[in-house]
Design a protein around this ligand. Structure first.
Ligand code: SF4
Length: 463
């Protein structure tokens, strides 16, 4: 930790505006010189914290690559000179988490220079700028210039490295798509990330091949609405084409797909998963609600029976696959009967885990605009909490049943970073977190067998 820095000028990069310019005055110049001197001695450090989804994690990894390329040292605690919070705004709770992190930094490291980016920064820059200790607020468009914002220009000798620099990580996320063309009534993401855009195929292949050559065992393909990949490209391409090209034209040992909307699970995509052992048998299929009326109010583009048909087809083609769902409780106007429909359908479906969210109003969404509509009345917090508790209990029982069903079967897995005292953490293709009885380096493809399905975490042996 360096000595406290003098107060620096407040500089803000507004979302979708050119990168902020530093205001120059004598105190700022002196602070800049002192910082540059420390930088030149090679001791400045950064701490980066990602909130939210895999897409944000992928973008956080790109920011880290910039900062390391600029010579900053990574710190694992917020005691660093520079702190970057890569925020999420999908729920009110996500906003509150970011503000809590800022308060903690103010308490524990008031001299830190703090930059806030991500979806919260994009949605409400003025709100964040007004918080104590925040020096920069940076929207999505300025993320590639964060190192330039943090450091004096003359300190930035080397060009930023490609985002595939690993920094010891396993299972990197590769973002191939951003934005969303849907307008789900509860979701603020299209307004902060814009319309769907795809990374062209050659760029995806190059990024994945770099990971493969660096020794990565598994890459997670991510996007805000991943199944929309390719629809904006000219000529238009299909997501299944992308997956096939990755298999055919890269040496990546294992590919995992993140969340894909129910109607984007085409038969062709499913056949690829079923026939290619290099793709992890894992399908994350957002549901949100099992009630037709609630799905309609949400403007979700499928009915509960479409969803059930897709999930059963996935189970039929991939008998050992992890199948997960996002589900929301407490959407405005959700009645007891509508929640009961959701609970019943989840119980009946062959799902292996659930991500349960409680609705919170997001400014600018249809649900927020309709708050005065009698059919969109808020669900009492205590009722939503009880619904959430019930679904969490259901999720735990489904996960345990799946682990028991997999016990004794050969499962492909990838080792993660922390071997210790005879054990190594690994993730199976079908998304079970296991402790393997062996000390192994990260990024190894192994075969395991679950030996203790009731232990937490699960225990497995090498086979
Ligand atoms: S599909 Fe719906 S929930 Fe998902 S990002 Fe798009 S608008 Fe939001």
């Amino acid at each position: 930790m360096l000595a406290p820095l003098a107060a620096a000028p407040l500089t803000v990069a507004l979302p979708n505006a050119p990168p902020a310019r530093r205001v120059s005055h004598p105190a700022a110049a002196a602070a800049g010189l002192a910082r540059r001197e420390r930088y030149n001695r090679g001791v400045a450090s950064y701490y980066l914290r990602n909130f939210g989804c895999r897409t944000n994690q992928a973008e956080g990894a790109e920011i880290e690559a910039q900062l390391r390329a600029a010579g900053l040292l990574r710190a694992d605690a917020p005691t660093a000179d520079f702190i970057v919070l890569n925020t999420c705004t999908v729920t009110a709770e996500a906003d509150a988490d970011a503000r809590a992190a800022l308060r903690r930094i103010q308490r524990e490291n008031p001299a830190a220079r703090v930059l806030v980016t991500g979806c919260y920064a994009q949605r409400a820059p003025a709100e964040l700028r007004a918080l104590p200790g925040v020096e920069w607020v940076v929207g999505h468009a300025e993320k590639p210039a964060i190192a330039q914002l943090l450091l004096p220009a003359e300190a930035l000798g080397a060009p930023p490295l490609a985002h595939t620099e690993l920094g010891g990580r396993t299972r990197p996320n590769v973002k191939v798509q951003d934005g969303c063309n849907n307008r789900c009534a509860f979701c603020v993401i299209p307004s902060v990330r814009g319309a769907s855009r795809s990374l062209p195929l050659p760029d995806v292949l190059a990024a994945i091949e770099r990971h493969a050559q660096a020794g990565v065992a598994e890459v997670v393909l991510t996007g805000i609405n991943l199944g929309q990949w390719g629809r904006d490209l000219v000529p238009r391409q299909r997501f299944a084409d992308l997956v096939r090209a990755i298999l055919d034209r890269t040496a990546l040992p294992r590919l995992r797909l993140s969340s894909i909307e129910p109607m984007d699970w085409s038969d062709e995509l499913l056949e690829l998963l079923a026939s290619a052992p290099r793709i992890a048998p894992h399908a994350h299929v957002p549901l949100q609600s099992g009630s037709d009326a609630v799905l309609r109010r949400m403007h979700r583009r499928y009915r509960p029976w479409h969803y059930a048909e897709k999930v059963w087809r996935i189970r039929e083609r991939l008998p050992q696959a992890a199948i997960g769902a996002d589900v929301m409780v407490g959407f405005p106007g959700e009645t007891a009967a509508e929640f009961a429909e959701t609970e019943r359908s989840l119980a009946a479906l062959p799902l292996t885990y659930l991500h349960v969210f409680t609705y919170s109003s997001r400014p600018g969404t249809e649900a927020a605009r309709r708050a005065a509509d009698p059919r969109w009345q808020p669900v009492a917090a205590s009722v939503a909490a009880e619904r959430s508790r019930r679904l969490h209990a259901l999720a735990a029982s489904k996960r345990a049943a799946f682990a028991r069903a997999c016990a004794g079967q050969p499962l492909a897995a990838v080792t993660l970073g922390d071997a210790h005292a005879g054990w190594t953490r690994a993730l199976t293709g079908n998304y079970l977190d296991v402790l393997v009885a062996a000390e192994l380096p990260p990024n190894r493809c192994i075969q395991v067998q679950i030996a203790a399905a009731d232990a937490e975490p699960l225990r497995a042996r090498l086979i």
